[in-house]
Design a protein around this ligand. Structure first.
Ligand SMILES: [Zn+2]
Length: 485
């Protein structure tokens, strides 16, 4: 059996090795993916390779090439056909020519006057309140009637709502006279109509804790919408449609307020490691991750860390000039990071171990099931047509919740130091993999696949090892900085 495992492992290593050592020889264009592509932007880039020891001319002009003959050449686009002749010349004067056409369509003039002015969608007020029940877990409650509006919270199945109007696909959630939120059609079902909004009774309050979490449990017949807000000293919790304050609550929380059926309170906490709110059938449970005891000599010892290599399977992610796939590069970095973390006595888990396609929400499920303290999604960046890869490149790390910002910053700084890349920012963005309130979740864009200098680094084994090491070093530095003073 062990022999078989060894053989399988050996085969995997071979496959992984070939995935990341593409042999390039002939002149080829990797992007735009097809000859005769249509691109609307003012410019694009020709990305590809010519093999080693050759020179490249595009429309007669010499173009700089990089390791393994990689090239990335920004080209402006005129309306209509744009023809490019790519010519590679080897040392012994062998010439290869490739003709490539990109079509930039002329903008179609508007058929009617003022068609660019969108008519605003009217708000339709309801005569009665609609009592509705959420039908999907993780349903986003938003502060505006659009997919781009901020998420106020994610509601569990069975959460009850009062709706008082609709705007297009969005329904307005009545919290009180001055507080309204929005939920999209499809996330709820109508239960009944009523002339007054309902209110739930929080009958009992229970505080418990275990090794990892504190639980604030409210006994109630129905799940109600809630909102959480991180503050410098803990978290502010708001429950809607609640008519009473349960006994005991004041022993465990501060600033209790009840007004217009809105109950709010704050839970003081020195450092926010993560939280979740869910309904278990008879209790609304607010779960707070307890302060982590940090062993300063082994700061990652026993810490569960989720590593999420982006893309995989048929989803290759971005493709570099010499045809390396983002999916393979980030898997290699993830496996190196896994090994380093194991040596640090941490408990890493991967959302994928091989070249498999894993849906984004499935990844969240895998991560949640492992119950980690940190989640790090690893990607390599790309750019849309019209952008310039020689201007926009480098390392960025994304976060969504404020408690993840510091980790994003620390890891980004370490990666930039290890790779000597441009600082592309510590950035706030709403990604599926950054939107977890626990674990502390970040998404790293290590470097750009279509900036040749960045790509050179991504394609070198030593550099990928340095990237993995810098992420582990960032985690260690973050833990050291989190030791209570
Ligand atoms: Zn990606």
């Amino acid at each position: 059996m062990k022999k078989l495992i060894n053989i399988v492992f050996f085969l995997f290593v071979i496959v992984a090795f070939f995935a990341l050592t593409k042999k390039v020889d002939a002149l080829e264009v990797v992007y735009p993916r097809r000859d005769n592509s249509t691109i609307k932007a003012k410019s694009t880039f020709l990305v590809g390779n010519i093999g080693k020891d050759k020179t490249l001319l595009i429309n007669g002009q010499p173009v700089k090439t990089y390791k393994d003959g990689a090239f990335v050449h920004v080209v402006p686009l005129e309306y209509g056909d744009n023809n490019f002749e790519l010519k590679s010349v080897s040392r012994d004067n062998k010439v290869s020519v490739l003709n490539y056409k990109i079509i930039r369509p002329k903008p179609v003039p508007p058929t009617e006057v003022c068609t660019n002015k969108k008519t605003p969608i009217p708000i339709e007020e309801f005569s009665d309140y609609v009592i509705a029940e959420v039908v999907k877990n993780n349903s986003p409650l938003r502060d505006g009637a659009s997919d781009n509006a901020n998420r106020v919270s994610h509601l569990d199945k069975q959460t009850m709502l009062v709706l008082d109007a609709k705007k297009g696909e969005y329904y307005r959630v009545y919290a009180d006279k001055n507080t309204k939120y929005w939920i999209k059609n499809g996330y709820f079902t109508e239960i009944s109509r009523a002339s007054e909004p309902f209110s739930a009774c929080l009958r009992k309050f229970k505080y418990t804790y275990d090794k990892k979490y504190e639980y604030f449990k409210f006994k109630t017949d129905m799940a109600v919408p809630y909102k959480m807000k991180e503050t410098d000293c803990g978290v502010d919790v708001t429950f809607y449609y609640v008519s009473s304050v349960p006994e005991n609550l004041e022993k465990y929380v501060q600033n209790i307020k009840i007004e217009n059926n809105i109950l709010s309170f704050s839970i003081p906490h020195e450092k926010l490691w993560g939280y979740d709110c869910y309904y278990d059938g008879s209790y609304m449970v607010f779960r707070l991750t307890r302060a982590v005891k940090i062993d300063t000599h082994h700061p990652l010892k026993n810490i569960v860390i989720a590593i999420d290599p982006g893309h995989g399977g048929y989803d290759s992610g971005a493709i570099g000039p010499t045809k390396l796939r983002e999916a393979d590069i980030v898997l290699d970095i993830a496996k190196r990071l896994e090994k380093i973390l194991e040596n640090e006595e941490a408990k890493p888990i991967l959302t994928r171990n091989g070249d498999d396609y894993v849906d984004l929400y499935k990844r969240v499920e895998i991560i949640k099931a492992a119950d980690p303290l940190f989640s790090i999604s690893i990607h390599a960046n790309a750019l849309p047509d019209g952008a310039n890869p020689y201007v926009k490149h480098g390392t960025s790390v994304y976060y969504y919740y404020p408690q993840a910002k510091e980790l994003a910053q620390v890891i980004k700084d370490r990666m930039i130091f290890a790779l000597d890349t441009r600082d592309d920012g510590t950035l706030y963005s709403s990604f599926v993999l950054t939107r977890m309130t626990s674990p502390i979740s970040i998404l790293a864009e290590v470097a750009y696949m279509i900036n040749p200098m960045d790509y050179e680094k991504l394609s070198e084994e030593q550099k990928r090892q340095a990237i993995a090491q810098s992420i582990a070093d960032g985690l260690k530095a973050y833990m050291h900085a989190s030791v209570p003073k």
